[in-house]
Design a protein around this ligand. Structure first.
Ligand code: CA
Length: 739
């Protein structure tokens, strides 16, 4: 397996030698018409530049940047669709994206064309009024890379800038395409170490002639950073690391010297350190800043990562960098010494707001940790930190020190504890919307706990060894189902809400409870509406002042992606992508009273839906997925071996196929495997015969015996759920653990 990674690494490095550099192309091919195919002609489509985005309010019909404008408020001034007529909103057109993997993209809409991404980092340019595909681009991410992604082969969108479309591919390339033709202009490798499991899922941001991009992979054990590239040539302009590297090596930039003082003991650089910038990167025209939202530590538990204590900068921080040089101007750490996967990568919005009687340029973020932060963009001063969801890990944020006050009773060092929020966060990457006039933020909120427990290995030996092919958390993942079941009586009920929250007073203006916690992003409009798609497949429009549901459309597929709106030739449209997945390990194991996601019941259809008041299109009738579990030929393995299989499953399989072997509908549910698949189990897991679809070989980390044990566990789980379905048993009991 190591050889295979090496081969992929070399292939990519070779590919980079073939990168086309447009500036060079012009100088070498202008005299040579024969090779003009290599030349990028002057672009005529997607002509968005800094000046145009600055004036974005003068063209409300377009959606020019990831969060609509550089302020990323995701609040549209359009009013044609409003409270009075939203009941007449109908499907105008839809397009099957040809995939059942998760959809997370925010489209950019400019001059009648919609630019968006789908799974495997594929890019589409689509006529926004009809759904006709103008061009598409497949970066041909190797299928094996699917194994390196924590949360499915997702992508959250492109940047469109000066006639080019920029996308980060799952395998870590930043790619520039001609906006008119979809032809490759240049691509660069953004990854510093291809042996580590780096991925890109976030949308690049474009400003000041540069493209800004980070990456993901903290769970697998990587070191985070963000890089700026020249938009024209792809040449690297600067790179900012978010956590220190090996202390025996020189610091890459002065900020690392300061950060290194906050890491004590341990060998975090061996495991990775974490701090990946996998989502939010925002450009601030007022201060010429780039704000980056920094992710969690790797491993999650600080006692392993930095046993001597310390805040572990810049984990879980918002960092302001000079957009031209990458020099740090200020930082604010939301969760010093992160111990829970509390990333601060959630969308950052910028606004001008009156705070304590003074107009201020503020930054707004609802990171995973459950507190809503209002910072002064001039200097990073903390202005507010009110809880927007149920939180028990900390009692409050001390406004004098700017630090959260942790609840010592919830230390999970000695004993497993239910902690709120869990690692999915009180809010994740699913976008919020900022309504500045109303002084309100509309947030997709989750109250979803996790039982945190130190890993068995650490409890027994006090040691932790890096797991190069899997997750590196430090908490117990292998036997989490056991820990979960042992403590289920004390579990806080998981809940999902759409909330209208006042970030200055902490007041909840209204909240709509949603039957599942893992729902989609949010769009607010001056038409008095808040749009959101949910796990049950309902796309809803709520009255933005009261939360009353004014319109609903059943898509029969769970949604994560945020809706957007645009206007072309006097017609306002609302659009959204359907398709469930992402980080929710429990997606296929709904816990009462959490409702079953639509994608589990009806299948996971990646579709782009566009609505207008004149629409007359309908979706194909839904069909219920056959969830009948085939009868199993149970193995005669001992309970000890099946329990070991469960541990291996939890360590290597659960992140995609779901906890307790129940998938959410995006990735195959192993309990439903037919006899042929069961027969080929070893070949699939060890030989990688399904690698092209993302199921790479695991022969680097699993033995034949492990694989047989995993299969025995999956069959045992399938048998239990089949017995429940047939009415022969009340609930799965993990019977191999009974003694
Ligand atoms: Ca994480």
């Amino acid at each position: 397996m190591r050889n295979l990674f090496w081969v992929i690494g070399v292939a990519v490095i070779v590919a980079i030698f073939y990168v086309m550099n447009s500036a060079d192309d012009e100088s070498t091919t202008q005299q040579n018409e024969a090779s003009s195919a290599q030349t990028s002609p002057a672009p005529t489509i997607g002509l968005i530049d800094d000046e145009r985005i600055k004036q974005a309010e003068s063209e409300p019909g377009n959606w020019l940047a990831y969060g609509r404008t550089y302020e990323e408020q995701r609040f549209s001034p359009l009013t044609q669709i409003n409270r009075d007529n939203v009941k007449d909103l109908k499907l105008e057109w839809f397009r099957d994206m040809g995939t059942n993997r998760a959809q997370e993209s925010t489209p950019i809409v400019v001059d009648g064309i919609m630019f968006l991404t789908s799974s495997w980092s594929k890019v589409y340019a689509i006529k926004a009024t009809t759904g006709e595909v103008i061009w598409s681009y497949d970066p041909k991410v190797p299928g094996e890379w699917g194994r390196r992604a924590c949360c499915d082969v997702v992508n959250r969108g492109v940047a469109v800038y000066k006639g080019r479309v920029y996308v980060g591919s799952l395998d870590g390339r930043l790619i520039a395409l001609d906006a008119g033709t979809g032809k490759l202009v240049w691509e660069v490798d953004t990854i510093i170490d291809r042996d580590r499991f780096y991925t890109i899922t976030g949308a690049p941001r474009a400003a000041k002639g540069k493209i800004y991009i980070g990456n993901g992979g903290a769970e697998f054990g990587v070191r985070g950073y963000v890089t700026a590239y020249d938009a024209e040539t792809g040449e690297q302009a600067w790179r900012f690391y978010t956590v220190p590297g090996n202390p025996s090596l020189p610091f890459e930039h002065p900020e690392m010297e300061m950060a290194a003082d906050t890491w004590k003991g341990g060998e975090w650089w061996e495991i990775g350190g974490g701090g990946t910038v996998w989502n939010s990167i925002v450009y601030d025209q007022d201060f010429n800043n780039i704000y980056i939202g920094v992710g969690n530590g790797s491993p999650w538990t600080r006692v392993i990562r930095s046993p001597g204590g310390g805040d572990n900068l810049f984990l879980s921080s918002i960092v302001a960098l000079d957009a031209d040089t990458g020099k740090m101007k200020w930082y604010y750490q939301t969760t010093p010494g992160d111990n829970w996967d509390y990333t601060a990568v959630q969308d950052i919005a910028l606004a001008d707001m009156e705070v304590d009687g003074e107009m201020r340029k503020v930054l707004l973020q609802a990171p995973k940790n459950g507190f809503f932060y209002v910072l002064d963009r001039a200097d990073g001063k903390l202005l507010r930190a009110k809880p927007y969801a149920a939180v028990n890990w900390a009692t409050h944020v001390d406004m004098d020190t700017g630090r959260p006050v942790e609840n010592p009773e919830l230390s999970y060092l000695e004993k497993a504890k239910w902690i709120l929020p869990g690692p999915l966060g009180a809010h994740n990457w699913q976008a919020m919307s900022v309504d500045v006039d109303a002084g309100v933020v509309y947030i997709p909120v989750q109250e979803n706990p996790l039982i945190y427990s130190m890993s068995q290995e650490w409890q027994q030996t006090g040691l932790y060894k890096r797991n190069p092919g899997g997750w590196n958390l430090g908490i117990e993942l292998g036997a989490i189902a056991q820990v979960f079941l042992e403590n289920i009586a004390s579990q806080p009920t998981p809940k999902g809400y759409l909330k209208a929250f006042d970030p200055l007073t902490g007041e909840e203006r209204w909240a709509v409870e949603i039957p599942h916690y893992w729902n989609g992003g949010v769009l607010g409009t001056a038409g008095g509406l808040v749009f959101q798609g949910d796990a049950l497949g309902m796309l809803s429009a709520y009255d933005k002042d009261t939360g009353e549901a004014l319109w609903q459309f059943n898509t029969y597929t769970s949604m994560l992606a945020p809706p957007i709106t645009f206007e072309i030739d006097g017609v306002q449209y609302v659009s959204i992508l359907t398709g469930n997945g992402g980080a929710d390990l429990f997606a296929g194991a709904p816990m009462e009273p959490v409702a079953t996601p639509a994608s589990f019941t009806y299948g996971n259809y990646g579709r782009l839906l566009v609505f207008s008041l004149n629409g007359s299109e309908t979706l194909p009738a839904p069909t219920v997925v056959d969830q009948n579990i085939p009868e199993q030929t149970l193995s005669d393995m001992s309970n000890e071996d099946i329990a070991l299989g469960e541990r291996r499953y939890g360590e290597f399989c659960a992140v995609c196929h779901g906890l307790i072997a129940r998938s959410g509908g995006s990735i195959p549910d192993l309990r439903l495997s037919d006899a042929g698949r069961q027969q080929a189990f070893r070949q699939i897991v060890l030989d990688g015969i399904l690698a092209a679809s993302g199921m790479a070989a695991f022969d680097d980390v699993l033995s034949v015996e492990d694989v047989d044990r995993i299969q025995a566990y999956v069959k045992a789980r399938a048998h239990e759920d089949r017995e429940v379905a047939l009415g022969n048993s009340d609930a799965p009991r993990l019977t191999w653990l009974a003694d």
